[in-house]
Design a protein around this ligand. Structure first.
Ligand code: SAM
Ligand code: SF4
Length: 332
């Protein structure tokens, strides 16, 4: 049988990385991500476990080497571990890695099973270690659960990378202490600029903190050595001298990263989005339900043709979000 055609977009970029938002639901309501009163998709609109596994199979057959489950909060969906086990069957047979991004609230109960299923690394979002500030940012979260989750993940043998959204006037004073703590615990830390995705109750401009200035400040306290490590993703990296820790900066607003983009995103509603910052997507769910695997392949080919060259994020007073979708639907 002929090999399945590789995933090359109209700009010549090869797609090796698929992110899947398995649910748009979440047990937190981070202020930069969601509004307080979110309406979630009806369960019937979600891809089933079988459909998710089938789509993942197809992407691996066509050259995807890394799959990340995200959301919403992936660990609030009850069959997420089953999905991981099914996807993990491809490890060593085309797939290099299955991983997830989680808010960590349920990590303590799932860490060992994740490791057993084939996960080796997780990204855990942690915008503050201060209980009050964490509660404020997430609107009601308990940071103790996340810290216990991180500890359990490390005890289970999972490498942990922290994700921290840099928020002006909210957690900026915690950035240097967070890096020092990450280094002391053998974790990497990635800082993220807030992105204009979906309406939230707050004005994002008020909280936007350019990471160029943050980096300059960090260099006063840490010996940061530029690292050539690239993932085909948006982050640029520095090594923290004398530690095993890598600092990553995701700067969609202050430095564009699209030229080497190697990823696509399967959203909770079954649409394949080719760029986090654009509204155009291709409906894989309907293609699969109506025309089966052939329809799925055709829809993927159609999507490759429309992958935009770059995002067009802009944070300014009165500017509308770049997309109507929240990050939780597309998968951050
Ligand atoms: N619930 C999980 C979590 O928080 O890790 C996974 C989904 S969450 C949407 C994935 C990542 O996107 C998190 O690190 C979160 O902080 C980040 N994020 C969400 N909304 C964002 C926004 N508007 N701008 C930048 N990062 C955002
Ligand atoms: Fe939930 Fe993650 Fe969004 Fe926070 S960032 S509300 S944890 S999906």
């Amino acid at each position: 049988m002929a090999a399945a055609p590789a995933l090359i977009d109209a700009h010549g970029r090869a797609i090796h990385y698929l992110r899947i938002s398995v649910t748009d639901r979440c047990d937190l309501r981070c202020r930069y991500c969601m509004s307080e009163t979110m309406t979630f998709l009806p369960r019937a609109a979600l891809l089933s476990l079988d459909e998710l596994a089938l789509i993942a199979d197809r992407f691996v057959a066509r050259g995807v080497r890394k799959i990340r489950l995200t959301g919403g909060e992936p660990l609030v969906r009850s069959d997420t571990l089953d999905l991981i086990r099914r996807i993990a069957r491809h490890l060593g047979g085309g797939l290099d890695e299955i991983t997830l991004t989680t808010n960590g609230t349920r990590l303590a109960e799932h860490a060992a099973a994740l490791r057993e299923a084939g996960v080796r690394r997780v990204n855990v979002s942690l915008d503050s270690r201060d209980p009050e500030r964490f509660r404020h940012i997430t609107r009601h979260g308990d940071v103790a659960k996340v810290l216990a989750g991180i500890e359990a993940a490390q005890a289970a043998g999972l490498a942990v990378k922290l994700n921290m959204v840099a928020l002006k006037g909210l957690n900026e004073a915690e950035i240097a202490p967070m890096l020092a703590w990450a280094a002391s615990q053998g974790m990497d830390l990635t800082l993220i600029e807030t992105m204009p995705l979906g309406d939230v109750d707050e004005n994002r401009e008020d909280r936007f903190l350019p990471l160029t200035g943050v980096l300059a400040d960090l260099k006063q306290s840490f010996d940061l050595i530029p690292d050539t490590h690239r993932t085909g993703g948006p982050a640029r990296y520095w090594r923290v001298a004398g530690t095993a820790t890598r600092l990553g900066l995701i700067t969609p607003l202050s430095a564009n990263f699209c030229d080497g983009c190697n990823r696509v995103r399967l959203a909770t509603d079954g649409k394949l989005y080719m760029c986090l910052g654009h509204d155009e997507g291709v409906d894989l769910k309907t293609a699969l339900r109506v025309d089966g695997p052939t329809g799925l392949d055709q829809a993927i080919d159609g999507a490759l043709a429309i992958k935009p060259a770059r995002h067009a994020f802009r944070i300014a007073t009165g500017a509308a979000p770049a997309t109507r979708r929240h990050m939780s639907v597309t998968g951050g």
